[in-house]
Design a protein around this ligand. Sequence first.
Ligand code: SME
Length: 160
Amino acid sequence: MIEETQKAEAYQHLISKAEAALSGEPDPLIWMAGLSCLVRDTMGFFWVGFYRVQGNELLIGPYQGTFGCTRIPFGKGVCGACAVHRKTIIVPDVHQFPGHIACDAESRSEIVVPVFDELGQTRAVLDIDSVDYDTFDRTDQDYLERIAEMMRDLEWSRIA
Ligand code: SME
């Protein structure tokens, strides 16, 4: 895990890398695969990945980490709550979050960020888990929302 002081710098670095590698690419799955890899590699988080909105469910998409839960109904767990409320959720201690879904007992804190398309529809959520408590703060939220925003104009109908 990187130091707090280096966090913003690391996010800027990974955003530059993502822009260089992915700009002009219209396919959401390629973006999700690339971003999962870049975020985990750069930031050292335990689990980084996407769940795709399909009807009233979240289906696992590209991710990096241990085996993730495959389907999450809207409203369940942190990811399901994020999909319903359409807002980033930071959970400092997953054991205190009612209904948290423990895909891996190692996970202790979590951030989930919604990904919207150009019409403002929720197309996916970006889920990140840490093995430490209280890992995520406003800096993570700001940069991860900026990363989600980079995916706004993709051709989401390709994975509908
Ligand atoms: N903990 C999440 C489920 C997904 S895993 O962390 C990969 C939740 O409560 O929604």
